[in-house]
Write a protein that binds this ligand. Structure first.
Ligand code: ARG
Length: 459
């Protein structure tokens, strides 16, 4: 038998393979609540515009609520023959209320319907990403405030560079996740236009009120071009792009946690709650959550690329290719939310090993730059010369197997006669970080100022 929704011109029903490739109900049932919200707004508008009678509109409203409660209760029987969530809901509505159900689709198409549903779904995910990021930022602020003056090595090329503070390192991620949050906020503003009422592609001859449905669904305005409204998936792509950049940050942080929790670094101890053991090596405590964040992030990048690939060759307006938008976005959203929550949990629970951090901060000639700066300031030496003198002292310390503060004044004067006892004042790591007072620098006071600024922003 042919399809009850569009089968008028068909003599035969679809092949089983056709049904399998065509149906999206297996995944788009996740948009049931959005679909019903869109239909309710549409029906209310049709009644207000005099296109539906009030009693039909009321029957539709009641019926849709029943359908929604069936779906929520898990008693709704989804049918592959009915292809997608839109037709599943409408068919069930017809079973419940009869003839008025057939009037709901007046002045609307599945093309604007699916664009509306999907936009509503993505908008919710943007909101969820923003709150996930805010929770993570708050957890980082707690770490940063506690460790505003704990010293640790700062790296470039993963080689010891200069001492920094734990708080400063945490606040670097606060800046990144803060930008991620604002990217989602920007995307939300730009996407918040209603496709509903664009109909199949050209608009409709019925006297619909798109402003009314836009407002009912929390959109700022109706989309201004019906062709664009049904073909646009920018909103999903912007979500995926923002998610990808955020995911990249999560992955970098995850990588640092993997390195930092190793026996070679011992910078942090992850909690038991966010670690796992080994079935053969009894001593093992593995940072699996961090590793899985690092790995899952690839799926988000993949989804971004996949949807760009789906969209890039499509002529206007709707093509069925666009049905492939949802699984990518669903998977990316699920994994982003999971990664954000796991990262927040790890950050909340982890403890920085202050002694290991400090010991590491002082090794690797980390205050060599401070020494060179001292030569400039105290002896008025050109920085290039100071760099050379310091390099010679580093080579001397390296040959002796000691650190810079372990050299004697006599050793130093052998390299440059004018060096005085004062130099030892700048070779300590605490001095080093405290001296980095420039705006945005690693000095504890600067870090505390940034923590305060962010706490205000997060209120
Ligand atoms: N299931 C479809 C999708 O996800 C809904 C739109 C179908 N429209 C159509 N004209 N076939 O995109």
């Amino acid at each position: 038998t042919s399809n009850q929704m569009w089968g008028g011109r068909f003599a035969a029903g679809p092949d089983a393979i056709m049904e399998a490739i065509n149906a999206s109900i297996g995944f788009d049932q996740r948009m049931a609540a959005q679909d019903i919200a869109g239909s309710r707004a549409h029906a209310a508008m049709l009644a207000k515009a005099g296109i539906l009678t009030d009693s039909d509109a009321e029957a539709i409203r009641e019926g849709l609520l029943t359908v929604l409660s069936e779906i929520d209760a898990g008693t709704f029987a989804f049918s592959t023959a009915l292809e997608d969530i839109h037709m599943n809901v409408e068919a069930r509505l017809k079973e419940i209320i009869g003839e008025p159900a057939g009037r709901l689709h007046t002045g609307r198409s599945r093309n604007d319907q699916v664009a509306t549903d999907f936009k509503l779904w993505v908008r919710d995910q943007i909101d969820a990403a923003i709150s996930g990021l805010e929770a993570l930022i708050r957890a980082l602020l707690v770490q940063a405030e506690a460790g505003a003056e704990w010293v640790m090595p700062g790296f470039t090329h993963l080689q010891t560079a200069q001492p920094v503070t734990w708080g400063h390192h945490m606040m670097a991620y606060v800046e990144m996740f803060g930008r991620d949050r604002s990217r989602f906020q920007d995307a939300r503003k730009r996407m918040n236009e209603s496709p509903l009422g664009a109909a199949a592609l050209a608009g409709t001859s019925f006297p619909i009120d798109r402003h009314m449905t836009a407002e009912a669904l929390g959109f700022d305005r109706p989309a201004a071009n019906s062709l664009d409204a049904v073909s646009d998936r920018d909103f999903a792509l912007e979500f995926l792009a923002a998610a990808s950049i955020c995911a990249m940050h999560l992955s970098r942080f995850a990588e640092e946690l993997v390195i930092w929790s190793s026996a070679q670094f011992r910078f942090v101890t992850l909690s038991d709650r966010f670690s796992t053991g080994s079935s053969i090596m009894p001593q093992k405590k593995n940072p699996d959550a961090a590793e899985l964040i690092r790995a899952k992030i690839g799926r988000i990048f993949g989804a971004n690329t996949a949807l760009l690939m789906v969209m890039k060759g499509l002529p206007l307006a709707y093509s069925k290719d666009m049905q492939e938008d949802k699984e990518q976005v669903f998977d990316a959203a699920d994994n982003l939310m999971l990664a954000l929550a796991a990262m927040e949990g790890m950050v909340k629970d982890m403890s920085a090993n202050r002694e290991s951090l400090e010991a590491a901060a002082g090794s690797g000639f980390s205050t060599a730059t401070d020494l060179a700066d001292w030569l400039v300031r105290a002896l008025n030496m050109p920085f290039r010369d100071a760099h050379h003198v310091t390099g010679t002292l580093v080579a001397m310390a390296e040959a002796r197997g000691c650190d810079l503060p372990d050299l004697t004044l006599a050793d130093m004067q052998e390299v440059h006669a004018a060096i005085t006892e004062d130099v030892f004042g700048v070779l300590g790591v605490h001095n080093s970080v405290a001296s980095r007072m420039s705006y945005g620098g690693t000095a504890p006071d600067q870090v505390r100022a940034q923590v305060t600024r962010w706490k205000d922003l997060m209120e």
